[in-house]
Design a protein around this ligand. Structure first.
Ligand SMILES: Cc1ncc(COP(=O)(O)O)c(C=O)c1O
Length: 474
């Protein structure tokens, strides 16, 4: 090509280039118009040339499948070669009511005709007002104020900053430290990583992070033989108390994923821990931040996981499922006491944090449509029935000799697989795709976190195919 170019007069080369550009645009246009259907391999190579994919070692895509998705409907995702995949992980835990949900689509179309976006500093709009009012009604009592972010990590950042700033405004500027549970995950930005205990995500950025302390996790898999999940949780709460006793003067907040630590491999714990954590945080004047980014919106069986410990945290973080998995939105809910510590004449006492898309009207409207579905379809009751059904049909899967620690909370299931393959997770993902399942094991932990609209037939298929896959890998 270089030689060919050199042999052409300049103007002829430009003409050739223009012609090539014209045809390239025409093919893209035809493809959009469905005249030139795309294929998986074409989209994979274009994606790998132009897109830096998240949470990925890009070189692994030389051998690891990248799956181009053309469309989604209900619990299914469809690629360009005619394959379909049951989305057993709700597309990174965000999708609640299926892909391309007609009710959420309709709400978004309506909102598009009214207002796509306006900045939230100095302005307001109906969707953000209504969403804040409705969340106040739904959340544990006492959380009357909603501050908006975009992704989950921005909610973590907001809560950490707000907590430390509260103490500063309250005359205790030394309270600037945080604690989290072992194996906690609260997002990937630098502040969120400082309370995230996953070495793989954190270590490369060690010098950039002000590392915070962790306390032992009440994950019941770590209980002693013969010890119940509840007594183990109480034992872990004693460790929390020792830490609070010693460091409370410097501690702003304890941040926790209530009921289920997602990225720790769906580590589940007894709600007594939440109750004790609330009592201890009150006793030692330390805020309790409930990160319900993954576990909120009905995922653990109640609208918010904190309800199971019958507690109100000082900060409640919501994201992921709040928009039904449509648009990025996060919310930090907090109490009157915290809100009023910022309410003053001096601007520096105010919370001056912002993101350009804070409280985006489209995202808020998707959230309102999501809340409508919860209310109209009695989703929590339906989910209880579905969870019972899946537990009932999965007996033969949990009885497999290499399946350990079967556990379920609400619409989350997980278990470990004893496999001779060191690369179990990758093999399981690949085999899952071949069987039409989107599974993303974390190490040897396989989990299901399906959209709530999953049908009984789809649950049967999920269990049967997972059994086949586990059989092939053990
Ligand atoms: C508990 C928890 N907190 C925070 C986050 C970060 O959310 P995002 O990925 O939207 O930044 C996640 C994401 O998985 C999460 O599970």
């Amino acid at each position: 090509m270089a030689e060919y170019k050199a042999s052409l007069p300049d103007n002829r080369f430009t003409a050739q280039k223009n012609l090539a550009l014209h045809f390239d645009r025409k093919i893209r246009y035809d493809s959009l118009m469905q005249k030139h259907p795309r294929t998986n391999s074409e989209l994979v190579s274009r994606s790998l040339a132009a897109v830096w994919h998240p949470c990925s070692q890009m070189k692994h895509y030389e051998t690891f499948p990248l799956v181009p998705i053309a469309r989604g409907k209900g619990a299914w995702l469809y690629d360009y070669d005619g394959h379909k995949y049951l989305d057993a992980v709700s597309s990174w835990w965000v999708n609640l009511f299926g892909h391309s949900n007609p009710r959420i689509n309709a709400a978004l179309r309506d909102q598009l005709e009214k207002l796509e976006h306006v900045m939230l500093a100095g302005f307001t709009h109906e969707p953000v007002i209504e969403l804040s009012e409705r969340l106040r009604e739904l959340a544990p009592p006492g959380l009357g104020h909603c501050f908006y972010g975009s992704d989950g990590a921005s909610a973590t950042e907001i809560a950490l900053k707000m907590s430390a700033h509260y103490w500063r405004n309250s005359g205790q500027p030394d309270k600037t430290q945080f604690i989290s549970l072992q194996n906690s995950y609260h997002g990937e930005t630098l502040g969120a990583l400082s309370v995230t205990d996953v070495a793989l995500f954190r270590d490369a950025y060690g010098p950039l992070i002000r590392q915070q302390a962790t306390v032992i996790s009440p994950d019941w898999r770590d209980a002693e033989a013969g010890e119940t999940g509840e007594s183990y949780a109480l034992r872990c709460a004693d460790t929390l108390e020792s830490h609070l006793q010693q460091y409370h003067a410097q501690l702003a907040a304890f941040i926790i994923e209530p009921m289920v630590q997602g990225a720790a491999g769906m580590a589940m714990f007894h709600p007594i821990y939440l109750k004790r954590a609330r009592q201890l945080c009150d006793k030692y004047s330390v805020h309790l931040i409930a990160d319900e980014i993954a576990v909120g919106m009905g995922r653990t069986g109640t609208m918010f996981a904190c309800e199971q410990g019958d507690i109100t945290p000082d900060f409640l973080l919501i994201s992921k499922g709040i928009t039904g998995g449509y648009l990025p939105l996060s919310i930090v809910m907090t109490t009157d006491a915290i809100y009023h510590a910022f309410y003053a004449d001096q601007i520096s006492r105010g919370f001056l944090h912002s993101h350009s898309y804070t409280g985006n009207p489209l995202a808020c409207r998707a959230a309102l449509a999501t809340l409508d579905i919860f209310a109209q379809d009695d989703v929590l009751a339906t989910n209880r029935h579905k969870a019972g059904y899946l537990n009932g049909i999965s007996q033969s899967l949990r009885d497999l000799p290499d399946v350990l620690n079967w556990r379920n909370t609400g619409m989350i299931w997980a278990f470990e697989v004893q496999s001779p393959h060191a690369d179990f997770a990758q093999r399981c993902f690949r085999l899952g795709l071949q069987h039409g399942l989107l599974l993303r094991p974390m190490g040897n932990t396989v989990y299901f976190m399906p959209p709530y609209i999953i049908s009984e037939e789809e649950m049967q298929l999920l269990v049967m195919r997972t059994k086949t896959i586990i059989g092939a890998l053990t």
